[in-house]
Write a protein that binds this ligand. Structure first.
Ligand SMILES: [Zn+2]
Ligand SMILES: [Zn+2]
Length: 271
């Protein structure tokens, strides 16, 4: 049996609804999955309302993916096995999401000033069910309007960090994220440390009291996996892994069940 501890849904920038993710995960025989949308637990709350979480056929570990405030690097932190009804967590998420919508207006204005006619309604037609609006939604609208060939190209030309159409968004400090996750009875894990591109930052975040490292990720090369396994062991923190699945056709893995980890990594979170 296999597991996947990093999955996005349409509650953030994934393309499958939370319900579809559950269906697909069951169909490919996954045993444990963590739903980890950017800055929101709305997908999980929806599943709960529909009586699909908790689920008798598949164990769903409730999670989230935060972006931490760091001047020069993109640092993402997963909160795993969190209590999604935690009030302090929800209040903080609401503030982040409200700021994301204000940032969305700013980026859209920049894009229009750059000569790409894209309206709010064009993006919302794609992102209708998202709670957590982001660059990926705008990029998809630009591709659909025929201005660019791929989402990747939009990021490369316009929406990369500090790029011409980029606007920063409100992010919590690493210590605050760890505190929120712990307060919601979860564990905080550095997502895809290899993508941060600077191991001094990784070590610095570990020192802030992180619980684990996402060692297994589709963008990690074999030598990075080895390196982060050692780093986790040296610091006596847990190791996790997941596909970072978004259901984007051209982005590996474009299906659940292709990139998985052993159940033992999921079992660390089952109390
Ligand atoms: Zn991430
Ligand atoms: Zn992710």
């Amino acid at each position: 049996m296999s597991s996947d501890l990093h999955i996005h849904t349409s509650a953030s920038d994934g393309r499958l609804s939370p319900r579809q993710v559950i269906e697909e995960a069951k169909a490919v025989g996954l045993h444990y999955i963590a739903i980890t949308d950017h800055d929101t637990v709305k997908g999980l709350l929806e599943l709960q309302k529909e009586h699909l979480f908790p689920n008798e056929e598949i164990t769903i570990i409730p999670g989230i993916e935060f972006s931490a405030h760091m001047p020069k690097h993109e640092v993402h932190i997963l909160g795993l096995n969190i209590d999604i009804s935690n009030k302090v967590l929800q209040e903080n998420l609401q503030k982040i999401v409200d700021c994301r919508w204000r940032r969305f207006d700013i980026m859209l204005e920049k894009i229009n000033l750059l000569g790409y006619a894209v309206g709010k309604e064009d993006v919302l037609a794609i992102a209708a069910s998202t709670e957590s609006i982001g660059r990926a939604h705008i990029a998809r609208a630009l591709v659909e309007k025929g201005f660019f060939k791929s989402v990747g190209e939009v990021f490369e030309k316009l929406l990369y960090k500090d790029g011409p159409a980029y606007a920063p968004h409100y992010k919590l400090e690493v210590a605050k994220i760890i505190e929120l996750v712990h307060n919601a009875n979860g564990q905080a894990v550095i997502a895809h440390p290899g993508l941060i591109g600077n191991d001094d930052i990784v070590r610095q975040v570990i020192k802030s009291g992180i619980d684990g490292l996402e060692v297994y990720h589709p963008k990690h090369a074999a030598e990075e996996i080895q390196k982060y396994e050692n780093l986790a062991k040296d610091n006596q923190i847990i190791m996790t892994g997941g596909s970072d699945f978004h259901a984007i056709p051209k982005r590996y893995p474009n299906k659940l069940g292709i990139f998985t980890v052993d159940d033992k990594y999921a079992l660390q979170f089952i109390k």
